[in-house]
Design a binder for this molecule. Structure first.
Ligand code: GLV
Length: 290
């Protein structure tokens, strides 16, 4: 019985770590000559749909990513999917967010734009206790982002559909910075649009969730107005096309989907635990509800 390993990058490291941690399992490369009927698990980010559907005895797809919106619905319907919930990745994303929160709270963007004109301007300080970080999406990663900002003294407010103490508009009104971690599905498509950005006012949006949750036209319009800045790590189309107006907007910072990188050293033990759980008939922590 085989486990196909197709993580997209660092393939040899993944294989070495998996073989070391589960020496009794047979891990194979997707291009190895393997009988599809023997494949029980696939570890992958983007293993081709037709291959997944061609393994008649597949028990689960173990993702090397937290998100699963890229999967073909036919895959979701055919096989249990386990998303990657790696605490080290959540910490990494939290530090990315915290560094940008501090960037704006300390006015580093304003000093950078003052420097070319040799302008010595000292705005009134905003201390962390006066600066509100709104975290949208309160799952395994969102809660770590919120806690990390709170530990550094920031005022925090979380919002998720099932857990909120104010309306959606009030959440945006209360936030100086909104960190978006929403996953993409039908209910979150363009969840941040003109109305929400109007409520955010002169605030900042940091998007580390999924590009499709933000209405880009509305974002550009808000940035042409009062909105202070947007830091975007995720996009509807990735890589972001060279002619996309987001690249050239002076209030936009673009990073190439690097807020949370999958690190095999920390991810493999999480995936190993899922395999052990599945073999023992237990429900793995990252099992996606269908
Ligand atoms: C990255 O965006 C992931 O889903 O892990």
């Amino acid at each position: 019985m085989a486990i196909v390993v197709d993580p997209g990058e660092h393939h040899d490291l993944w294989l070495a770590l998996l073989r070391e941690q589960l020496p009794d399992e047979e891990f194979v490369h997707p291009d190895d000559d393997v009988d599809p009927a023997t494949v029980q698990f696939v570890i992958s980010w983007k293993h081709p749909t037709e291959r997944i559907l061609g393994y008649p005895n597949l028990r689960a797809l173990l993702l090397a990513s937290a998100g699963f919106d890229h999967l073909d619905p036919a895959v979701m319907a055919a096989v249990p999917v386990v998303r990657l919930i790696d605490p080290a990745m959540a910490d990494d994303i939290a530090l990315y967010c915290l560094s940008w929160v501090i960037h704006f709270q300390r006015d580093f963007d304003r000093f950078a734009s003052d420097q070319p004109t040799a302008t010595w301007s000292r705005p009134a300080p905003r201390f962390p206790r006066d600066y509100t970080v709104g975290v949208l999406g309160h799952g395994a990663i969102g809660s770590v982002v919120l806690e990390t900002c709170a530990q550094h003294g920031f005022r925090t407010v979380g919002w998720s559909r099932s857990n909120h103490d104010r309306s959606y508009d009030e959440f945006f009104e209360a936030s100086d910075v909104v960190v978006n971690l929403l996953p993409l599905d039908e209910s979150t498509h363009h969840a941040i649009a003109a109305e929400e950005l109007a409520a955010l006012g002169d605030g900042v949006l940091i998007n580390v969730g999924r590009g499709g949750t933000v209405d880009t036209g509305a974002l550009l319009a808000a940035l042409d107005g009062r909105m202070r800045a947007a830091v975007l790590d995720v996009f509807t189309t990735e890589p972001l096309p060279a002619d996309d107006p987001l690249w050239a907007h002076p209030k936009v910072t673009i990073t190439p989907h690097i807020a949370g990188r999958t690190d095999p050293t920390t991810s493999v033990p999480v995936i190993v635990e899922s395999i052990v759980d599945l073999r023992a008939g237990r429900r793995p922590a990252g099992l996606v509800e269908r």
